[in-house]
Design a protein. Sequence first.
Length: 356
Amino acid sequence: MSSYLQLSGINKTYGNFTALENVDLEVEKGEFVTFLGPSGSGKTTTLMLIAGFATPTRGTIDIEGASLAGLDPQDRNIGIVFQNYALFPHKTAAENVYFPLQMRDVKRLEGMRRADEMLDLVGLAGFSHRYPKELSGGQQQRVALARALVFEPDLLLLDEPLGALDKNLREQMQIEIKRIQKKLGVTTIFVTHDQTEAMSMSDRICVFSNGKIEQLGKPLDIYHRPKTKFVADFIGESNLIPARITDAANCKAQSNVLGDVTYGTQSGTELRDGQEVSLVIRPEHLKLSSKRLADRMSAGIEIETIVNYGDNALVIGTSESQQIRVRVPGADVVILNEGDKCFISWTQDDVFVVTD
Ligand code: ATP
């Protein structure tokens, strides 16, 4: 059975420049999928192709098995929210939300009733008569969300909708958007370059890099089993340590910094003996100690910098000329000094292998 939304072999070129290359993606009905990646990686381009504001150079986009090719954006039954809310300034909140219904020939009385209901759902009961300039940024974004949802779209597309909000409001809106999306069960694609936002909101994350999907998976799978160096570095913090596979069958590798290691987690990519790879250890999985610990593998390190964050600290040191980062609980940092020589230690489960 095919998925609800299906992108197959999508390419998008602008002149000589390839913005998207061979993008395949399947999204299930009701799913919340986030496009995550650095600036220019192709997230918005993909969203615009789905919305119909641009046409793929090659490839197809289907919803429920029906091709979207040739359909204008207004005929796609897709709700969209952009970072800059794009509300009509001379219309009230309710009139803004009514607008897409008006375009669909819903009579004013019925349309305004549905607009009020939707404003209620997004937490703006009582704000129907306000004009956009009389609303805060967060409230305007709620109106934009209500407007994108009021006509019961097949798909909701959110392009960095929280980018203009301050941190607290942003976190509050993340929870709100998730609540509303779950309640309505609307299939949603959310674009962000903020990895914590992606981790906390998504059913699955689609990591973009250079116009390609680098990895697609559940947030924790992507975090614990990144396939490439890029993903390991982009999602969470990573120590990336050059190494060579010595015995792929038995998960063994060798590196200057860590010596001979057995890695616990594999990304799923095939590895061969002699292959140059990177070992990844998350800073929070390393332990610092003044002596070697009997039950853990360890290596010497000299502390260079300690950055305090209150509840935790980042300790940066070097081992065999490689910079190593360790996260330690805030309480532990009082006994550490820059220049100290000590040990980092880890267990097999903390080490995984990624390729380029
Ligand atoms: P951001 O987070 O900055 O929005 P993004 O991942 O959404 O980045 P896109 O907007 O999809 O990136 O852009 C992907 C690439 O395609 C970029 O290099 C961009 O410059 C290029 N691009 C996008 N639209 C056009 C266009 N109309 N003409 C030429 N190049 C374009």
